[in-house]
Design a protein around this ligand. Structure first.
Ligand code: GLN
Length: 485
């Protein structure tokens, strides 16, 4: 039942075929089963109740919330020991908007600690396993949300995306992941990681469902000064399969196999699979071109991301002292107590990021590192904006293949493929609307492709995704290995 789309579930609720309470109970039962196998949830809300169905498509339907969204009266940990007992007294605006729509939250999903990671293995409650193959990771940081949606627990869950945290797990789990233009959804109540890069968004099993959910999450908010008025955006109503004449391009340096020395069979298959989808774009009447971008800038991408994200994270998380939130540290002075709280609370990975962040923000280093990174960010964004003068969207493969094995997750990334792994970060640098959709299988595991457009062109990006999805067989797919049907 819960493997159905939002529209189908809504019709079943309206016709009385099922009640909201039945759906909610079913989602909770399945959440416990999935947690035993894949560890997707920090909290399962056993007492959640159904609500009356209204005209709103989301009403009465269960969904999940990433555990870095504040939820009033419900544990919100950010998957960190520093907040392992934190219960907020307010709810994030976007979640409040979903509540107003009648959506029913049934669980809080595991992430990489505070969103700082890409594996789904660093949360304080343990690693999240991929429902297609439990020896593999879901990617991160929205690992639990991706896992649950792919396993058919509910049609959608919220995610957050600072570098790729919605769009990479979506690819690894064979589902859709969409982050709209920066500021379309209020970030108020989302635990800040790197504020200039942080986006709220959604993981779902179809483009249509993603559009419905974001329509209900978005809106200007006096508590987020970067939010803007999107009341003229009707993402779901304006979905359109007619993309004839749209112009899309891919980037040669990232997509052409000749650029990789000793490519693995998997990488070859992944890029070949991607290129086949470009033919689908042509069949849909779109123009497809290859473009070239400045390689020096591309190579700077991940360093720029590290400098900016670590600097902002270090500053944002300086309020985690154990005095205002989280368990109080031990010691005789407040400095000792704070040190104890932060030493015990943060995992080594996060501490490493704080060291980098503090270093690049030190007054004697700031210009050389932080300001230079900001300049390079601007150049990269300009490079993409230049592309958007001629093209409606850039279309690229996500990552260098399917989900990686958990055992090898600590392996250093192949330098050669770094850009392929990291290019989604440009979507955060520019605040661009960006969506991942499943585009097939490599080594019997799902892979994804990404479509990114210029700011405020969400509808075009969604329509291209919607049209491409309609030409493939992966819409509404549910993971095969763990299938709690
Ligand atoms: N994987 C990236 C990181 O570790 C992105 C995370 C994110 O988007 N939240 O910073």
């Amino acid at each position: 039942m819960l493997e159905k789309s939002i529209k189908e579930l809504h019709e079943d609720l309206v016709s009385g075929k099922v009640t909201s309470d039945e759906l909610v109970k079913e989602a909770i039962r399945k959440s416990h089963e999935l947690n035993d196998e894949c560890n997707a949830f920090v909290t399962i809300l056993d007492d959640a109740k159904g609500v009356p169905v209204t005209d709103n498509l989301l009403s009465g339907i269960p969904y999940g919330v990433k555990d870095n969204y504040s939820t009033k009266g419900v544990l919100s940990t950010g998957s960190s020991n520093t907040l392992k007992d934190y219960v907020p007294f307010f709810t994030a605006t976007s979640i409040e908007n979903l509540e107003k729509s009648g959506a029913v939250m049934v669980n809080k999903t595991v992430l990489d600690e505070f969103g700082m990671g890409g594996t789904g293995t660093t949360g304080h409650t343990g690693i999240v396993r991929n429902p297609w193959d439990k020896t593999r990771m879901c990617a991160g940081s929205s690992a639990g949300s991706a896992c649950a949606v792919a396993a058919g627990i509910y049609p959608y869950a919220t995610g957050s995306d600072t570098g790729d945290s919605i769009r990479k797990p979506a690819a690894y789990c064979g589902i859709v992941g969409y982050k709209p233009t920066y500021g379309m959804i209020s970030r108020y109540g989302l635990f800040p990681f790197a504020s200039s890069l942080d986006h709220c968004g959604v993981l779902s099993r179809s483009v249509e469902d993603a559009a419905i959910v974001v329509d209900n999450m978005k809106g200007i908010d006096k508590y987020d000064m970067t939010s803007w008025d999107s009341k003229d955006f009707h993402l779901y109503d304006d979905l359109n399969l007619d993309v004839k004449g749209k112009r899309v391009c891919y980037i040669k340096e990232i997509c052409d196999i000749e650029n990789y020395s000793n490519p693995s069979d998997e990488l070859k298959e992944h890029l070949k699979n991607f290129k086949e989808k470009l033919e689908l774009c042509k069949e849909l009447g779109m123009e497809v071109d290859a473009v070239s971008v400045n390689e020096t800038l591309l190579k700077a991408l991940s360093s720029v991301y590290v400098v900016i994200s670590c600097a902002e994270a270090t500053s944002n998380m300086s309020n985690l002292t154990g005095f205002i939130f989280g368990p109080r540290g031990e010691g005789n002075t407040y400095i000792e107590q704070m040190k104890d709280h932060r030493t015990k609370g943060f995992s080594p990975l996060i501490k490493r990021r704080f060291v980098i962040g503090s270093y690049v923000l030190q007054s004697e280093n700031k210009d050389r590192y932080f300001h230079n990174a900001a300049r390079a960010r601007r150049l990269l964004v300009d490079e993409w904006k230049n592309i958007f003068k001629d093209y409606d969207a850039v279309i690229l493969p996500v990552g260098s293949g399917p989900a990686k094995e958990l055992e090898n997750s600590a392996n250093k990334l192949d330098e050669n493929r770094a850009v392929l792994e990291d290019h989604l970060q440009i979507g955060n640098f520019g605040g661009f609307p960006s969506i991942t959709i499943p585009d097939g299988f490599v080594s019997n595991l799902p892979v994804g492709l990404n479509i990114t457009g210029n700011c405020y062109n969400d509808q075009t990006v969604l329509n291209i995704a919607y049209a491409l999805e309609s030409k493939m067989d992966y819409k509404n797919q549910v993971a095969k290995e763990v299938n709690h049907g």
